[in-house]
Design a protein around this ligand. Sequence first.
Ligand SMILES: [Zn+2]
Length: 215
Amino acid sequence: MGHYFIYKQQVFETTMKLVEVDLIRISAGNISMRLPDGNIAITPSGIPYDHMHPEDVVITDINGKKIEGKFNPSSEKALHYEIYRTNSEVSAVIHTHSRYAIAFSTVEMELPVICLELLFVGGPIPVADYQCPGTTEVGTGAAAFFDSRPDLKGLILKNHGMVAIGETLDAAYQNAYNLETGAEIYHIALQTGKKPAALTESQIKDIFAHYKKTK
Ligand SMILES: [Zn+2]
């Protein structure tokens, strides 16, 4: 067992947590973390989650060159690397093809801050322009958003899915979960035919003041 195993295990465990809450299915979506030595641990390409083992997680350098692993890194690796290259504080990236995020992406509807879930991801959640999945352009588009909005921890990719970031794998997991849950809530609210109310500036200020106090 190499010295990378502990990180492979962590990426694997987060992957299984995402399967458990139905954010990723079969083999769609990919998860990565930036390691202390600057290399990246990323899920393998095309391995169904119910057949994946911790040792299948691939170690590459930040340019995608494989360092360790019997499989190839995710075919969408460029999305991860572009974000790591542009945003030095990001240490985990999660990309999902979760259904509510994709649904809103197809109609290019940004998600307003209607609940805490979307507030904590740094909403309103934008929809990045369409780029062919797997290309560097998907990554440069997403990375530019994160770079220009430091509080933004997740966004929607047009006709494709979503990407969430974090300083840790667990933070990225929570951001992915909150984004998809917020999208689902927004969808349910829209079914009433009425306009869902966004939290106001002063309500948001109160929420953050209260969280700081109780932390
Ligand atoms: Zn994708």
